[in-house]
Every structure is written in structure tokens, then in C-alpha cells.
Design a protein around this ligand. Structure first.
Ligand code: GAF
Length: 390
């Protein structure tokens, strides 16, 4: 769906639901992370790009002091709550994400009398492609334009991240909200999550005859569950034992040896920290290749090394994600890796554009031999970040 079609569909859905015209429609994309997984809450580097898939928020002010959330995808789950009654955990479910954003800006929203919000999305949910950040960022941008015009894009990233951490209760870092808000078409976003400095790195795969294939395993994952939080705590423990605030401060893998104190726990902390330190180095390596305009194919093995580290050291891959990566590389992909928080979700593979069908078929064949349904596959083109559609 292009922006014009998305605008029209969201306007119509809003009018059908609320009986009036929206004041505007805002869109924010999902993302894939090219490299730099779980580094964000360790103050490290990330390199995401925005997907063409977006969540749209059609929004209008109300007069009754309430906020109403309605979703085209979940029509049975409409929610209306007085802004003054929003509180972390209430509402829950899908509406918790936009409600968290409104809660973060509640004084500004109350001052305009409340908001009606209609959400429409084609970002696959639970696929590790940042559907929740897309939802938060589309609503954050709408609230900014309608109620709080002084806020910067960085402020909105913070509002969206706090919605996820404090309102929904998912202890994520800042990768997904930054990607959805700040990415630009044709680029990957090189972000230093410690000082928030950033660079838009040209990432024109098509010009190099390449395509980035996304394979959604259909194994849903979520960040409020235990595994993500466990990894975060383990990284914090490792940093404390090393006497640093953030694992980002360590750049020599040899310095991690002290973590291995002969206990099972020490060995786990060594593995976790080793993933973070080597992953930061992989981000820098990929960025250097892209900046130098060297052959983009050279990033492939770095992506695969990132997968192996997530599988063996961070231990957040699944058999299906491993199978996709193996099948992709076996069929001639330059590199492949799982993306996102892990424990399910999607993988990416860097392939020659003219061999896309062949590689996809090889993956689907291996996948369907062991899984009940085929994976969803599509090509990710580096797309625009959050924006107003009309
Ligand atoms: C999830 C989180 F939301 C991000 O903050 C990040 O930690 C990512 O997992 C792993 O890189 O998407």
C-alpha cells in the first residue's frame, strides 16, 4: 500500500468508527536491524533500517476528556478511557502502547480535551519487526502535532520508549523507537545509543544488484516475557562484575576472561558479554564497509557471524531461525541472521536480486519440511521514518 492509499484507508476507517473526519493521519514504520542486536541497552551501536510497512494513526481531538483507541486489525478491542484514569497497565493489550504515549503527554492531551485514535497497520505483529514501536511512534507524532508542537524527534523517541518500558512493562532499549522515528529512505541509521549521535548511512542494495530478504518464521515472540529481561539483567550483572557502567565501555574481548570464575553463572555472563562486545565491533565493521562504498556483499559474513553469536553466546535463537539462516547461506545468500529480540520472529538474508526466488524457494522448502505452515517472506527496502501523511 502506498502513502496515498494508506491515508485514504485510514481516513475512511476513522470516519466509519467515529462519525467525523480525523484532523490528520500519521504513519510510522516497522524496522529490521541490519546488525547490532541487544547492544542498545548496553549503550552500544545499532544499524537499523525502516521497512515500507507502516502503522497509521488517524487522530482527532475530542471534548470529553477521554482518549478512544480503535484498531482496524482488532475491531473487537476498542477502548475508551478518561485521560486522567490512564495508569501503567491500564488499558492493557494492544491499546496499552498508544495509551502509554498519551499517558506520557497527558497534560498536553488533556488540554485539547482528549483524542480519538484509529489505528491501521500492515506491520506484521509479533514478528520481531517492531510493530509496537511503529504504533507508539505514529501516535507520538500525532500527539506532538496536535497537542505539543515543541517536542523534538528525540523527545518523541523517549516518550515512545517510556510507553513501552513503564506503561506496557517491556524492558526494551531504544533501538526500535529510534528506527521508526529517525530512519530515512535509502539509508540505514547508524546510532550510538550512549550519546544518541547518529549518521544516515547510504544503503542502496538495489543499485548493487542485491536484495534483503525477510523471513518471518511465524513463531511469535514478545518482550514483556522472561527471556528478554533475563538477558538484560545478565548484561547488567556482567557490567557490574567488570566494574563498568555499560558493556559498551569494554572493547577488548580478552578483558572478559575474569567473568569466567569457574561457576555456571560466570560462564553464562562471559557468553552474554562476549556477544555484546563482538556485536558492537560487527556494527562498526559493517558501517565502515558501507561508508567506504566497498562491495556491500562483504557485510554478508559479518551478518552470519552476528547470528552465530546470538545463537551460541546470547542463546536467543530458535531451531527455526537457525534453519532459515542455514538454508539461506546454503542456497547462496552472502549472509543471514535472526533479527530483533529473539525467541522467535524473523531472519534476514542478503542475496543477489536475480537469485531471490531461488534462495526463497530453498528456504521455504527446508522450512515446510519441519514447520506446520510456510514462512512469510518479503524484500525489505530501506524506507522513510515516521511522517504525517495528510
Ligand atoms: C527488541 C527491543 F525492543 C530493542 O530495544 C532491542 O533490544 C532488540 O530487541 C534487540 O536488539 O526489539
Amino acid at each position: 500500500m502506498n502513502d496515498e492509499q494508506a491515508l485514504k484507508a485510514a481516513r475512511e476507517a476513522f470516519t466509519a468508527r467515529f462519525g467525523t473526519e480525523p484532523a490528520g493521519v500519521w504513519a510510522a514504520p516497522g524496522r529490521v536491524n541490519v546488525i547490532g542486536e541487544h547492544t542498545d541497552y548496553n549503550g552500544g551501536f545499532v544499524l537499523p533500517m525502516a521497512l515500507p510497512h507502516t502503522t497509521r494513526a488517524a487522530v482527532a481531538p475530542r471534548t470529553d476528556g477521554a482518549v478512544a483507541f480503535s484498531s482496524v486489525q482488532q475491531p473487537e478491542d476498542d477502548v475508551v478511557v478518561p485521560v486522567a484514569e490512564l495508569t501503567p497497565g491500564h488499558p492493557s493489550g494492544w491499546a496499552g502502547y498508544p495509551a502509554g504515549v498519551v499517558h506520557g503527554l497527558r497534560d498536553a492531551v488533556a488540554a485539547v480535551g482528549g483524542l480519538s485514535v484509529l489505528v491501521d497497520s500492515d506491520v506484521p505483529a509479533g514478528a520481531g519487526l517492531s510493530s509496537s514501536a511503529a504504533l507508539e511512534c505514529a501516535v507520538a507524532l500525532a500527539v506532538r502535532d496536535l497537542c505539543a508542537p515543541g517536542l523534538s524527534a528525540d523527545d518523541l523517541v523517549d516518550v515512545a520508549r517510556r510507553a513501552e518500558n513503564d506503561f506496557v512493562g517491556a524492558p526494551t532499549g531504544i533501538l526500535d523507537q529510534s528506527a521508526s522515528m529517525l530512519c530515512t529512505e535509502g539509508h540505514a541509521l547508524f546510532l550510538d545509543t550512549r550519546d544518541r549521535s547518529r549518521e544516515q548511512v547510504p544503503f542502496d542494495l538495489a543499485a548493487a544488484g542485491l536484495a534483503l530478504l525477510v523471513v518471518d518464521t511465524g513463531q511469535a515472540h514478545e518482550h514483556a516475557g522472561g527471556g528478554y529481561g533475563d538477558r538484560r539483567r545478565e548484561c547488567e550483572d556482567a557490567a557490574a562484575r567488570l566494574g563498568v557502567q555499560l558493556l559498551r565501555e569494554v572493547d577488548d574481548v580478552a578483558a572478559l576472561a575474569v567473568l569466567d570464575d569457574g561457576t555456571a553463572e560466570g560462564e553464562v555472563l562471559l557468553r552474554r558479554a562476549r556477544h555484546i562486545v563482538t556485536e558492537d565491533a560487527r556494527v562498526l565493521e559493517v558501517v565502515a564497509t558501507l561508508r567506504a562504498k566497498d562491495d556491500v556483499r562483504a557485510i554478508g559474513p559479518v551478518l552470519t557471524a552476528g547470528h552465530e553469536s546470538l545463537r551460541d553466546d546470547f542463546q536467543i535463537s530458535t531451531d527455526l531461525l537457525d534453519l532459515v539462516v542455514e538454508a539461506a547461506v546454503g542456497a547462496g545468500a552472502y549472509g543471514a541472521r535472526m533479527v530483533g529480540g529473539g525467541f522467535g520472529g524473523s531472519a534476514i538474508a542478503l542475496v543477489d536480486a536475480d537469485r531471490l526466488d531461488e534462495v526463497t524457494a530453498a528456504i521455504v522448502q527446508r522450512f515446510t519440511a519441519v514447520a506446520p505452515a510456510p514462512p512469510r517472506t518479503f524484500v525489505a527496502v530501506p524506507s522513510a521514518g515516521a511522517r504525517r501523511l495528510g
